[in-house]
Design a protein around this ligand. Structure first.
Ligand SMILES: [Zn+2]
Ligand SMILES: [Zn+2]
Length: 369
């Protein structure tokens, strides 16, 4: 099968044998999403050799339990042992012997097929199209915040960063009814937020030491410093991004101000699927472009461009006759010749599918033209 292989900071398309793990489900990838973690792995921030990618929706084509065969699924990325202290105490995402899909000791999803243990799989409701389901993992990561801390309707919350993960955090925090403001740098990121009635704030407008909860989702020292300055004494600082290298922090001020600092990573899949099923969030507005697996190297380059949100990779052309072939209203499938409204770069091949972005109303419905 074709797969995007990472080795020594270089990605290349390879032909490798289809995975063979009879104890796990064999999953045919329908769509995969490029995430910042993939780009960081390519830059070598974490050591990994193998097939990249961990965000996917796919179809089970073989499984130890036949009932799974034919099911459209998403999957938790941590494959765990079930026996270590973390597993036995209800912290499976911190399993001491875990492998992580496309990140640690386990081949990922930028490929025609992948495998995962059955216990990792969640069936995707028919009403959730692939273009939404592929966001289950990052949406779950966004929801982890509410899993970790109570966000009260009276809380003043500022989110710093409105990129791939920041957008999903904004959509889910908005559901809590808190007084949410978001720092978003790029005009397109800003427009997605205002379309959902989410308020923006500039860095200069953030009153220092006033905010109950500050969520840092930029992964930059500047973002951290802004977050640190904004938090009130005894407030909570949620860190949703990893940082390259080390950072210098004044810990005395954190002690004196009694700040809670929360590190936050993987989250619950079930609620993420439920929110998409009820259309309470719509992650598909983040889609900037879709590439064929054969153009996966290009897809990663595209995703690395400033301000680009989600780039999808599609191993097989998906037919519209499929039960879930529905495409959300605001997405229009077409060839990208001369359309200025999408991030497609050049298009010599003329073969790939892109989604033009349409303006959306605050109720999340598209403007029908
Ligand atoms: Zn990710
Ligand atoms: Zn374990």
């Amino acid at each position: 099968m074709k797969a995007l292989w990472l080795e020594n900071n270089l990605t290349s398309l390879r032909d490798i044998p289809q995975p063979n793990k009879p104890a796990e489900a064999l999953i045919k990838i329908r769509r995969a999403g490029v995430c910042s973690t993939d780009l960081e792995l390519v830059k070598g921030y974490y050591p990994f050799t193998g097939i990249l990618g961990h965000e996917f929706v796919g179809e089970v084509v073989n499984a130890p339990e036949p009932a799974w065969i034919g099911q459209r699924v998403v999957g938790e990325i941590n494959a765990v042992c079930g026996k270590c202290e973390s597993c036995l105490n209800g912290r499976p995402t911190h399993c001491e012997n875990r492998s992580v899909l496309g990140i640690t000791n386990r081949d990922g999803v930028f490929a025609e097929y992948t495998t995962l243990p059955l216990e990792n799989l969640y069936r995707v409701p028919d009403s959730v199209p692939d273009e939404m389901a592929v966001f289950t993992e990052p949406l779950a990561a966004a929801l982890e915040i509410q899993q970790q801390i109570q966000v009260k309707p009276t809380d003043r919350v500022v989110l710093i960063g409105a990129g791939r993960l920041g957008q999903l955090i904004a959509q889910t925090l908005a559901l809590t009814g808190c007084d949410l403001h978001v720092v978003a740098r790029h005009p397109y990121q800003q427009s997605l937020l205002t379309a959902r009635g989410i308020r923006l704030i500039t860095e200069a407008e953030i009153q220092p030491r006033k905010w109950d909860i500050v969520v840092e989702a930029t992964g930059s020292p500047d973002g951290f410093n802004l977050a640190r300055g904004a938090i009130r004494p005894r407030g909570t600082l949620v860190m949703k991004s990893t940082y390259k290298g080390d950072m210098s922090i004044n810990f005395s001020s954190i002690v004196v101000d009694e700040i809670n600092i929360i590190g936050s990573r993987c989250g619950p899949f079930g609620p993420a699927l439920r929110l998409m099923e009820k259309r309470e969030v719509d992650p598909s507005v983040l889609i900037a472009a879709q590439y064929k697996l054969g153009e996966a190297v290009k897809a990663l380059e595209h995703a690395a461009q400033t301000g680009v949100l989600k780039v999808l990779i599609e191993p097989y052309r998906q037919g519209h006759s499929l039960r879930n072939g529905h495409i959300p209203e605001h997405l229009h499938e077409h060839d990208d010749k001369g359309d200025k409204n999408n991030y497609t770069g050049n298009n010599r091949e003329g073969s790939r599918i892109v989604f033009a972005r349409k303006p959306i109303h605050p109720n999340g419905k598209s403007k029908r033209s």
